[in-house]
Design a protein around this ligand. Structure first.
Ligand SMILES: Nc1nc2c(c(=O)[nH]1)N[C@H]1C(S)=C(S)[C@@H](COP(=O)(O)OP(=O)(O)OC[C@H]3O[C@@H](n4cnc5c(=O)[nH]c(N)nc54)[C@H](O)[C@@H]3O)O[C@H]1N2
Ligand SMILES: Nc1nc2c(c(=O)[nH]1)N[C@H]1C(S)=C(S)[C@@H](COP(=O)(O)OP(=O)(O)OC[C@H]3O[C@@H](n4cnc5c(=O)[nH]c(N)nc54)[C@H](O)[C@@H]3O)O[C@H]1N2
Ligand SMILES: [Mo]
Length: 760
């Protein structure tokens, strides 16, 4: 049995050289997840890409030929495809320069540090002169822009947070905006060795900690929390938080000493809360009308928060929505008003339920990475502006105090991501993808993105190659030996880029003359030499071991403890060195949708403004897979209804529409529609429909706005969360649901696309 690391956990498997014959969770994992079942069942699925393919029109008529996403593919040899891609790269770099190549290539790809797909494609494109890149993530695009202005750059995606073990010991009340989802903390970028969500929550509960989950879904927090469920209207958290602040202020419960010493701008903010600036007191009665919660409960909750050691947890989902800046910033402000930031178990968390690594104490050592080299192009976009960029070359736009211009992209290179899963308003993206002359995609599967490419290069899965890896903040660093040989004629991304680079004449720059094995050894030895720690084994010993346990210097870490102890010596990296409740910087940008302190702003799509589309769609992360990965795998397929993704609806809303459990329904709004299988469930707040992301986009050939499979991104708006962040707001949208009476179309995306033999 050999251990293997995935973003959703570690498994042990046997293999007959071609396929995994036995898969079971790694012995060390106390809370393994069923997501590991997707791997073996998907490996040789018919949607696995078995060899290189080129779109027929592109092959016959050259770059720019129409028909992308709609045409059959022609199987070609590796020799031919290397000729074609290197020739096309030479042409585009030669005619238009590196500024015409988009290589942002956002996506999670697979665990494993060396074969990390983004590192591979970025290094390759850097050898050719560079590429237009993307900044920030779909995960945390608002936070990554806002928090440096408000609390400083605190290694957010690295999960900088007070350790969960400290919460277990000290926290008396967890107020979890967006819950503490056990499905989300199954996952972490790079992998998770020991899942512990239920364990830490049960331990805290056993000690007497109370949990309040503020969320449209009851099961956004594990049963072990025995949580109070406060089912607010989605998108109204900012109003609730303002009312909590109002009660703290009116009752004299705000910690004045803390606010004076550690924050700036409180007076301007509290003037707004008191109604001094706009004549509206943001009290619980005001918030009741917006949130749908009782004013009495809002008032008592504020008092309970002030009376206890309270952790305010704001899930990442709240900032992946229109005006996502506001509840995030208000979470920090509330924690500052309670005066518990920097104390064990109190303060602000972001977010213990969003990924497994949050609240795992920081490692003493990083792990080796594949170097990407230098990018010769400085132009970039905020990651979620991909469609805007392709549709509006030369157009200016605002972002975080800058005025940027969209470049004119001729060639898109994607390796390790699935924009036709992750981006909003997929029909618009479909149009945007008609603009470049050429699209090259590497993937292991015929995802919708591969189907929107001109050249499709078949990548290996991580089980088919040698690597090593470790998740963010994870204590185990694993060798990852190949478990099987590659499927069909697929190749490692590294091997593909090495051959292309060789053909273009930059082979030496890309490979430095090393094979995969030599790179693993080299990167490891370089890393080990930098550590100067005799406890770290030599490469050969590491490679033959199950894993190496990395040191953790401060297992009981408390976020901002230093700052609280000595703010002069350990200032925050904000302009004032303090927590900015009012930001002169943001105020100075003059964005109407992001004033200098947090406020309540009504979104365009929320229940308070719902008319024709009376349901709030929650398009959250899927429970049975990671994003769109291995959607054809057994665990993901086990919850589909009639082959469609499940949508959950409250019994009252189902009854009002004459819908029953198991029905195939049509979900729609003005942007698009999709089919889904209905699950009637009172764990969903009335007026809410939950359809997770991840079903492979399966457009009707005549209508890209209609997905036959249930991808919610045909329904979401491609609207930035704010001008400040230009980030993804895909979590929420307004929709209606009706019975689907038509003849049920096939889900075609679970089969490979049409192919034709080469004509000439
Ligand atoms: N409506 C809505 N949309 C959302 C969100 C939401 O909350 N609501 N959430 C957003 C968030 S937070 C995220 S992070 C994104 C996720 O979006 P993505 O990260 O793009 O989604 P994945 O499905 O993980 O895509 C990874 C792709 O890489 C491929 N792959 C895996 N390993 C390799 C490899 O070694 N080489 C190559 N070449 N390919 C490989 C997989 O087959 C898969 O197709 O989605 C976003 N979209
Ligand atoms: N199983 C699994 N785990 C994952 C992933 C996956 O694809 N599958 N993806 C990973 C990635 S890339 C990321 S970025 C993280 C994302 O982590 P999160 O952003 O925290 O995850 P989501 O599931 O999108 O949202 C969490 C919950 O927020 C609630 N919510 C939505 N809108 C509102 C609102 O307006 N107010 C309140 N109070 N609650 C709201 C929803 O009920 C939802 O279930 O998850 C990671 N974990
Ligand atoms: Mo994410």
């Amino acid at each position: 049995m050999a251990a293997h690391l995935t973003h959703w956990g570690v498994f042990e498997a046997e293999s007959d050289g071609q396929r995994l014959t036995a898969v079971r969770p790694w012995r060390g994992d106390p809370e393994p997840t069923a997501l590991i079942e997707n791997v073996a069942s998907a490996q040789h699925h018919p949607t696995r890409i078995d060899q290189p393919y080129v779109r027929q029109g592109w092959l016959e008529h050259g770059p720019g030929a129409a028909g992308r996403g709609d045409e059959p593919f022609v199987p070609v040899s590796w020799e031919t495809v290397v000729e074609l891609v290197s020739g096309e790269l030479n042409r585009v770099y030669g005619e238009y320069g590196a500024e015409a190549v988009y290589g942002g290539s956002y996506g999670w790809s697979s665990a494993g540090r060396f074969h990390h797909a983004q590192s591979q494609v970025h290094r390759f494109l850097n050898c050719l002169g560079g590429y237009v890149r993307s900044v920030h993530s779909y995960s945390l695009g608002t936070s990554q822009v806002l928090l440096p202005h408000v609390i400083g750059s605190m290694g957010l995606f690295e999960g900088h947070a007070t350790a969960k073990s400290v919460l277990v010991e000290h926290t008396e009340l967890v107020v979890a905006f967006g819950g503490l989802s056990p499905k989300n903390s199954a996952v972490s970028p790079g992998g998770v060795s020991r899942h512990n969500t239920r364990t830490w929550i049960a331990a805290a509960r056993a000690r007497g900690c109370r949990f309040v989950s503020i969320s449209p879904l009851r099961d956004d927090i594990p049963a072990e929390a025995a949580a109070e469920w406060i089912a607010l209207r989605p998108s109204s958290d900012a109003a609730l938080m303002l009312a909590l602040a109002q009660v703290l202020d009116a009752d004299g419960l705000a910690d004045k000493d803390f606010l004076d010493r550690f924050t700036v701008g409180y007076e301007r903010f509290i003037g707004y809360v008191r109604g001094e600036t706009d004549g509206v007191v943001k009290d619980p009665a005001w918030a009741e009308r917006i949130t749908g919660l009782s004013a009495g409960r809002i008032r008592s909750l504020a008092r309970e928060m002030a009376a206890a050691r309270t952790m305010i947890n704001v899930s990442w989902s709240l900032q992946r929505a229109e005006h996502g800046v506001q509840p995030l910033w208000l979470g920090v402000v509330l924690a500052a008003m309670l005066g518990q930031i920097g104390l064990p178990g109190g303060g602000f968390g972001h977010s213990y339920g969003s990924c497994a690594h949050v609240g795992e104490p920081a490692r003493g050592q990083s792990v080796p990475r594949f170097p990407q080299g230098g990018n010769g192009v400085s132009t970039f976009i905020p990651v979620a502006r991909i469609a805007d960029m392709l549709l509006n070359p030369g157009e200016p736009f605002d972002f975080n105090g800058m005025r940027l211009v969209y470049p004119d992209i001729k060639l898109v290179y994607w390796c390790g991501g699935n924009p036709f899963h992750h981006h909003q308003d997929l029909a618009r993206l479909h149009t945007a993808f008609t603009r470049p002359q050429t699209v090259v995609v590497h993937d292991a599967f015929w995802t919708a993105t591969a189907r929107h490419a001109d050249v499709v290069l078949p990548a290996t899965m991580s089980i088919e190659r040698d690597d090593f890896g470790s998740g963010q903040n994870d204590r185990e660093f694993f060798p990852m030996k190949a478990l099987t040989r590659p499927h069909g004629r697929s190749r490692d991304d590294y091997a593909i880029f090495a051959e292309l680079a060789e053909h273009i004449g930059v082979g030496k720059e890309f490979t430095e003359g090393r094979t995969v094995e030599e790179w693993l050894r080299h990167l490891y030895q370089q890393w080990r030499a930098g550590l100067d720690d005799p406890a770290v084994p030599e490469f050969d010993e590491f490679w033959d071991s199950e894993s190496f346990t990395v040191a953790v210097p401060d297992p009981e870490q408390v976020l901002f403890a230093d700052f609280r102890a000595d703010p002069e010596r350990f200032p925050l990296t904000t302009p004032s060195g303090k927590i900015e409740i009012f930001s002169e910087t943001i105020d100075g940008f003059g964005y109407a949708d992001t004033p200098g302190h947090p406020v309540w702003l009504e979104p365009e799509e929320w229940l308070g403004a719902a008319t024709r589309f009376p349901l709030q769609l929650v398009a959250n992360q899927p429970r049975t897979k990671l994003h769109s990965q291995l959607d054809v795998g057994a665990h993901s397929q086990s919850v589909k209804i009639g082959g469609r993704e499940p949508v959950r609806l409250h019994p009252d809303d189902a009854a009002a529409r004459g819908l029953r459990d198991g029905d195939i329904v049509r979900i729609f709004n003005d942007r698009g529609s999709c089919l889904a299988g209905l699950v009637v469930d009172d764990a969903v707040r009335p007026q809410v429909a939950q359809l997770s992301t991840g079903a492979w986009y399966d457009p009707d050939p005549a209508d890209p706005t209609f997905c036959r499979h249930g991808n919610p991104n045909v329904l979401t708006a491609d609207r930035p969360a704010s001008t400040l962040s230009q980030s993804c707001a895909g979590q929420l949208a307004l929709v209606e649901i009706e019975p689907y009476d038509g003849e049920l179309p096939d889900v075609a995306v679970v089969r490979p696309p049409a192919t034709v033999e080469r004509v000439s």
